[in-house]
Write a protein that binds this ligand. Structure first.
Ligand code: SF4
Length: 380
């Protein structure tokens, strides 16, 4: 648990595969200080390693401490014991051979890429890779879990753990999260072939990550990425680069396209109208039919509806609504009385810009940054 390589490790495999460009960015970030949750996890992992490796009684670890965190009776009851009891379900007949806290890596295939697997075991022709997670955060899915597959792939390549995979037909990945009892044991059986495929994906991702222009891709893997604060995908730097590229486009050519677009729009409207006319006159157009537009319900008689609904006990307030007329309609009413609409009662709010030819009489829109424009929009 405590050991990581700085290119990719179990906990970062998903992110590196999805976003190889993140490796260089993360390496620029200052190391994150350990948290009390991580220290508590290390304390519990140490206790498990001792219980399973040396045969010490679990209760003998009550009072042990790591980085100022003490293994209390509560932690013993709520996390250590459920974590150990998970093995009763995984290995009910106590036939599993296993190794705990095994340092596993990819050797010369991926120098410097390694991790520490919580438990590598074997029951008959099934290899077992088990990961204890002691945090109280989100429940983790085991199926296609990149972290578990990372440990399995590394363990298959590591001399000290290769025995667990020799000749097996299945690889079972298990994640145990005591904080999520009673659904704290998640198991997924896959094949050695799937693990080898994952390894290939990982190798490609690491190779890509070392390229100077390794791609960045955002997604749910960003959640745990330390480079979020400086990532150009998340800081808007990509938007700015896009704007630079937009400015480099040939403006004359785009203006010609806009003129064509005007023509095309009328052509599209005309061809649609022609098709509808032909179909309404009985001509069949292959692949098309006429359908009624969506209906909206209307009162057969508003007067009768009001009477009958009032008889059902509905009040006038429940049945009708009054709303102020629009400035344009009120202006018409005022005109009849020879009055002007008071100017300070209205404001003209545009819903955005539209393209118009230079000959259009309307004044040109003021171009302000879109963020400022969005902020001003909220003030109205
Ligand atoms: S925040 Fe997301 S997109 Fe940006 S580097 Fe990290 S993983 Fe990649």
């Amino acid at each position: 648990m405590a050991q990581h390589s700085n290119i990719v490790g179990g906990s970062t495999a998903k992110r590196v595969i999805a976003c190889p460009g993140s490796v260089a960015l993360v390496q620029q970030m200052p190391p994150k200080p350990s948290s009390k949750y991580a220290d508590e996890g290390t304390l519990l992992h140490n206790a498990i390693a001792d219980v399973l490796g040396q045969g010490s009684p679990p209760a003998s670890h009550i009072g042990a401490s790591y980085q100022g965190i003490t293994l209390t009776e509560e932690l013993h009851a709520e996390k250590l014991i459920p974590a150990l009891r998970a093995l009763d379900e995984v290995d009910p007949h106590r036939e599993m051979e296993f190794q705990v806290e095994a340092v596993v890596g990819f050797g010369d295939a991926l120098p410097g890429v390694f991790g520490s697997a919580d438990l590598i075991g074997r029951i008959g022709r099934r290899a077992v890779v088990l990961d204890w997670k002691f945090g109280s955060g989100v429940a983790v899915d085991v199926e296609e879990n990149a972290q578990a597959m990372f440990y399995a792939a590394a363990a298959m390549r590591t001399d000290a753990t290769r025995w667990a995979f020799k000749g097996v037909e299945e690889v079972e990945l298990i994640i145990v999260q005591p904080a999520h009892a009673p659904h704290h044991i998640k198991r997924w059986v896959t094949t050695p072939g799937r693990i080898l495929n994952f390894e290939r994906e990982l190798f490609v991702a690491v190779k890509t990550a070392l390229l100077p222009d390794a791609p960045l891709t955002s997604g749910d893997h960003c959640r745990w990425c330390a480079a979020k604060p400086v990532c150009p995908l998340l800081t808007g730097a990509v938007d700015r680069a896009l704007q630079t590229r937009i400015k480099a486009l040939d403006a004359d050519q785009i203006a010609a396209y806009v003129a064509n677009a005007d023509l095309l729009e009328t052509w599209i409207a005309d061809v649609r109208a022609l098709a509808q006319t032909m179909m309404e006159q009985g001509v069949r157009l292959p692949g098309y039919k006429l359908v009624p537009k969506r209906g909206t319900r209307k009162w057969l008689s508003e007067e009768r509806a009001l009477d009958e609904l009032a008889a059902l006990g509905l009040t006038n307030e429940e049945l009708t609504e009054t709303a102020l007329l629009s400035p344009a309609k009120v202006e018409k009413v005022l005109k009849k009385r020879k009055l002007d609409l008071p100017r300070d009662l209205v404001v003209s709010v545009s819903t955005g810009n539209t393209i118009a030819p230079e000959s259009d009489p309307r004044p040109e829109a003021l171009m302000i940054g879109k963020h400022l424009s969005a902020a001003l929009g909220k003030l109205t």
